[in-house]
Ligand binder design. Structure first.
Ligand SMILES: CC(C)(COP(=O)(O)OP(=O)(O)OC[C@H]1O[C@@H](n2cnc3c(N)ncnc32)[C@H](O)[C@@H]1OP(=O)(O)O)[C@@H](O)C(=O)NCCC(=O)NCCS
Length: 253
């Protein structure tokens, strides 16, 4: 069997949400920004669904799945043994599609000198409206501590304004999540390479903010990223650290 990375489609969205929620359940940023007792999983799913729909048109949103060797092409596969449980396999076979085992969302490089297009502006506005509708439908933000969200946003703005000095902009890895029992099997690398190989060809840098020091920083170092800054998000005595990393394009790719 092998791993194939393809663009997210609408039918992949429920599986992608499941993976994001399970991979981030123990995530330090997630635990800092959400009130655990008030966390509303359904509200969070609806919010992620809206984000995925936006991402299909405006971001580089990929899913990874295990497929038969015959269902791959050389650019998007890695060799692996099969890790599918028979139940998962049967269910997916009935649906005719292999299960999603990883997901990533990247924002394309946006040169700071280029203002957002009308299309981008409209899409962002639509995303905000849909998120507002979610607030109404679920009577609130599902446990999101909005003050902490805005603390994070402000710190992110500071960090990016200090680190982002490339006029071509950066490929920004916004989400990467691998199903817990597939982690450490090369799926993350495959999801990264789907974008970093393109960044190398274009000579563009990549950027991410890791919400975990161990083990993620060393995982990202193996994928070519270097630590640039530690970002402290502080709400009184509660602190969440994020690790800002940049990947230089590799020449001759
Ligand atoms: C972080 C994550 C996306 C990485 O994906 P993955 O499929 O587990 O990673 P891979 O198996 O492709 O490993 C990539 C590289 O890191 C190394 N690596 C994997 N796990 C590691 C660990 N625990 N410690 C050190 N290195 C590790 C691998 O050996 C590989 O390097 P190599 O190809 O040179 O051998 C995945 O573990 C995950 O979803 N974690 C939970 C959610 C999360 O933290 N998301 C990111 C928030 S910033």
């Amino acid at each position: 069997m092998a791993i194939k990375v393809t663009p997210l489609t609408e039918t992949d969205i429920p599986a992608a949400i499941e993976i994001i929620q399970s991979a981030f359940a123990e995530d330090p940023y997630f635990q800092w920004v959400f009130e655990s007792e008030q966390f509303n999983k359904e509200r969070n799913s609806d919010s992620l669904a809206v984000r995925c729909l936006w991402g299909i048109k405006n971001a580089i949103f990929h899913v990874a799945r295990e497929v038969a060797d015959s269902d791959t092409d050389s650019d998007t596969i890695i060799e692996s043994e099969s890790f599918l449980s028979s139940k998962e396999g049967e269910e997916e076979e009935k649906k005719g599609k292999a299960p999603v085992i990883g997901v990533s969302c990247w924002l394309p490089p946006q040169p700071p000198s280029t203002p957002p297009s009308w299309y981008t502006w409209t899409q962002d506005w639509l995303l905000s409206c849909r998120q507002m509708l979610n607030n109404v439908r679920h009577w609130g933000r599902g446990g999101l501590r909005t003050n902490r969200y805005w603390i994070w946003k402000a710190r992110q703005q500071d960090a990016q304004s200090q680190i982002w000095d490339d006029p071509r902009g950066y490929y920004f890895c916004n989400i990467v999540a691998v199903s817990p029992r597939w982690q450490g099997r090369g799926v993350g690398r495959k999801l990264f390479e789907a974008v970093t190989e393109r960044a190398d060809r274009e000579g563009v840098r990549c950027y991410l903010e890791s919400s975990r020091d161990v083990p993620n920083v060393s995982i990202y170092e193996k994928l070519g990223f270097e630590m640039r800054m530690e970002m402290e998000c502080r709400d009184g005595g509660d602190v969440c650290m994020l690790y800002c990393m940049v990947r230089e394009p590799k020449a001759g790719q």
